[in-house]
Design a binder for this molecule. Structure first.
Ligand code: SF4
Length: 178
């Protein structure tokens, strides 16, 4: 059992549902953090962001929103348009902003809802999170939420949350439909 304040990077509302439930079972009530410049195009970004804003309000959870759309930043610094380099850059971009925000605002821990997805490179997310935790002096809270993924998606549908059809970036959208 741990105690302290947790900043939870939140990639989208559906992925957050069961992460939040699981953390609640540990008596942890996270503050959600929206920073996802990897989501394209803007209409998709807006749908996911607005869904999370409503979900957080309904759940009575605090949400810190860094609402930089970030398309140009994402593409300008992207080292490669293929995974795994593309995704490593994407994880680091989002987790570094989260770690910096957590340090600045006095959180004890940071983590990410990306840890629930069986489609992400779980071990890489953990390695980058722990490296950034050392660098920013805020512990990365690692949890393997993956066993909760399917039930979380089901609960998100029951709640009527907007469900995305691809990971986020324009490359993942192309891969989903070609
Ligand atoms: S596929 Fe997903 S994790 Fe990988 S770069 Fe695109 S948005 Fe980021």
């Amino acid at each position: 059992m741990i105690t302290g304040k947790l900043l939870l990077h939140t990639c989208c509302a559906p992925c957050s549902v069961k992460c939040i439930d699981s953390l609640a079972a540990e008596d942890l009530r996270p503050t959600l953090f929206w920073y996802n410049p990897n989501i394209h195009p803007f209409t998709e970004y807006r749908s996911r962001r607005d869904t999370l804003v409503k979900f957080a309000a309904d759940a009575g959870l605090e949400l810190i929103s860094n609402d930089e759309y970030g398309l140009r930043l994402f593409l300008r610094n992207m080292p490669a348009d293929k995974a795994p380099e593309r995704c490593a850059y994407c994880y680091r971009l989002r987790l570094e902003k989260t770690a910096a925000q957590a340090a600045e605002a006095g959180f004890d821990y940071f983590s990410t809802t990306l840890l629930i997805s069986p489609y992400q490179n779980h071990d890489l997310i953990r390695a980058i999170g722990e490296e950034l935790g050392e660098a920013y002096g805020v512990k990365f809270l690692y949890r393997d939420f993956r066993p909760l993924f399917r039930s979380g998606q089901g609960k998100a549908r029951e709640l009527g949350l907007y469900m995305q059809k691809y990971c986020g970036c324009i490359f993942s959208e192309e891969e989903r439909y070609t």
